[in-house]
Ligand binder design. Structure first.
Ligand code: HEC
Ligand code: HEC
Ligand code: HEC
Ligand code: HEC
Length: 446
């Protein structure tokens, strides 16, 4: 969610996936997720909103649901690149006059969005007709893997892209060659982007006060990492260690090149520019509760699967430790005492307590990464039945270990879990983009 504030006049927008990020909705979760989506729709209305995109995750509920909820709460949806046999109830553009600044908001659906009887037009084509004027043109963009730069090249009238499904939070916007900027407040609904814009008549590019300093810092970080890796490589003798360092060097060399290009774009200004300054506000504890919304959240929470008020008979017994091929960390610890001692002092061993502290342990959106085996079809699928698999246990990294625990010398596990295992949970969305392989990996070694 972001707000755009030209000359003190506020415009509140959201780039979608408010109901859900994933494009598929398992039937078993539908009832609970629909209840949440209705709550989110109502809360969005209560909070006030000027324009929003129905993105691909929202459509996982089906077009009729989005249409119903949208009209029930008068959500100001905008969708510019979808044509259907039965026309959709939303405009292709929403226009505003905010304190004398004209603003147009467009909505771009995901290129792979499938809606019955509808087709999705390419974003560049859909936006190519927008003239280059002093009107501020904002695109709420669910672009999938299409880079904003490609769309901007065909649609020079666009000033800002707000990313729908961002894998990273941009504290300072990204500059594009056309002079447009990309904004992103992350995907967790935990941050509110506040952008203040100042239009210079006739200017064709945007500059951001903080951008060049931030990009210069990115270049410095990458350069420092490369120097450090070079020193470590010179000292390393183990060929596996050398190979790992070479891979890390490749990673940071790419980062460094990208940061240099971004720095160049953020600092070159040919002629007059309009200005934007962007801040991200955390929706943290010192932001007061909105009483009417809070009451509605409490009411819906009481109806969720594992809510404390759910009738006891509906909660099956939490049976013996382990489930299917998963045995639980206690079993491993008996033999691997050194590793167990190190693990038991790590955040992974307390991961379940963290969701309990937030009172979200029964929430289908929360428990899976804080429990062992729940991301795999063979582990827990019901947050009320964890079979002693609470926390990010040994098997979260080494794989399901029942067979190994029974016969360690014949059934083997992964000795050195790859980073691909980590990023199933450290997915750069839910963790606020904090995962940094070179600093995180050494912390879990035993
Ligand atoms: C099953 C999900 C999952 C997997 C797999 C996983 N993690 Fe984590 N990790 C978490 C969760 C959840 C936390 C937060 C724990 C808490 O509640 O404090 C965490 C926390 C951490 C922390 C502590 C962060 C801090 O500074 O407080 C580090 C370091 C870490 N993980 C590294 C890794 C690495 C490296 C891997 C792969 C080898 C990995 N994790 C695999 C879920 C996972
Ligand atoms: C995709 C996996 C995933 C899901 C789903 C998930 N988490 Fe986490 N969570 C993590 C990881 C990874 C960390 C560790 C982040 C770090 O420190 O780098 C974490 C950390 C945390 C922490 C520790 C402190 C913090 O804020 O970083 C809390 C509390 C937490 N999660 C609560 C939740 C809640 C509430 C939900 C549901 C809305 C949730 N998690 C859903 C992966 C997940
Ligand atoms: C009965 C004792 C015992 C239990 C229980 C046990 N292990 Fe092991 N583990 C061993 C032995 C012995 C080896 C060495 C096997 C070899 O070298 O052939 C081993 C090896 C490993 C390895 C190195 C890779 C491999 O398979 O050789 C990993 C990783 C590992 N164990 C993890 C675990 C995890 C995780 C659990 C719990 C699911 C666990 N172990 C339970 C005894 C045990
Ligand atoms: C966050 C991911 C993660 C978790 C959780 C985890 N490990 Fe590991 N484990 C690793 C990594 C990475 C390595 C390889 C680096 C190293 O040797 O420390 C490893 C290596 C090992 C090895 C092989 C050591 C050797 O001599 O080659 C054993 C055995 C092992 N872990 C057991 C466990 C046990 C038992 C637990 C739970 C008490 C556990 N691990 C939890 C990531 C993890």
């Amino acid at each position: 969610m972001s707000t755009l504030s030209p000359s003190g006049a506020l415009l509140v927008v959201d780039a979608g996936n408010l109901f859900r990020r994933s494009a598929v909705l398992p039937e078993s979760e539908r009832a609970e997720r629909e209840a949440k989506a209705r709550l989110i729709a109502e809360a969005t209305r209560l909070g006030g909103i000027d324009a929003m995109l129905p993105a691909r995750g929202d459509f996982s509920f089906g077009l009729p649901f989005v249409t119903d909820v949208g009209s029930a709460w008068e959500l100001p949806y905008v969708l510019s690149n979808v044509t259907c046999a039965t026309p959709l109830p939303w405009p292709a553009v929403r226009r505003f006059d905010k304190g004398g600044t004209r603003v147009e908001v467009y909505g771009i659906a995901h290129p792979e969005l499938k809606l019955p009887g509808c087709s999705v037009t390419d974003a560049g084509q859909a936006l190519s007709g927008i003239p280059v004027t002093d009107t501020v043109v904002l695109v709420l963009a669910d672009l999938g893997r299409t880079p904003e730069a490609d769309v901007a090249a065909r649609a020079p009238g666009v000033d800002f892209f707000l990313r729908a499904d961002s894998t990273e939070t941009l504290s300072t916007p990204e500059a594009l060659a056309t002079g447009a900027l990309v904004l992103s407040s992350g995907a967790r609904g935990k941050l509110l982007g506040v952008a203040t814009v100042q239009v210079t008549p006739g200017a064709r590019t945007w500059s951001d006060a903080g951008a060049s300093a931030a990009r210069a810092a990115d270049v410095d970080t990458a350069t420092a990492r490369l120097t450090e890796l070079g020193t470590r490589k010179a000292k390393a003798t183990d060929p596996r260690e050398v190979a790992r360092l070479v891979r890390q060097e490749e990673f940071w060399t790419k980062k460094q090149a990208a940061a240099r290009t971004a720095l160049e774009l953020a600092t070159t200004t040919g002629g007059p520019t309009s200005r934007l300054s962007n801040t991200l506000r955390g929706l943290v504890d010192d932001v007061g509760e909105h009483a009417p919304t809070f009451a509605k959240v409490a009411a819906v929470k009481a109806t969720l699967t594992g809510a404390k008020s759910a009738p006891a008979a509906a909660v099956p017994a939490n049976t013996a430790a382990g489930m299917g091929p998963w045995v639980g960390s206690a079993a491993c610890s008996a033999c691997h005492t050194v590793q167990a001692a190190q693990w038991s002092h790590s955040g992974h061993a307390r991961a379940y307590a963290s969701v309990v502290a937030d009172d979200r342990q029964f929430d289908l959106d929360c428990y899976s990464c804080h429990v062992t085996g729940a991301l795999d079809g063979t582990g827990p699928t019901d947050p009320r039945q964890l079979h002693g698999l609470e926390n990010v246990g040994c098997e979260s990294c080494h794989g399901a270990g029942k067979a190994h625990a029974a016969s360690p010398t014949t059934a083997h596990l992964v000795r050195e879990p790859p980073t691909s295992q980590c990023v199933q949970c450290h997915d750069s969305r839910q963790d606020g983009g904090r995962f940094d392989e070179p600093t995180y990996r050494p912390k879990v070694a035993h």
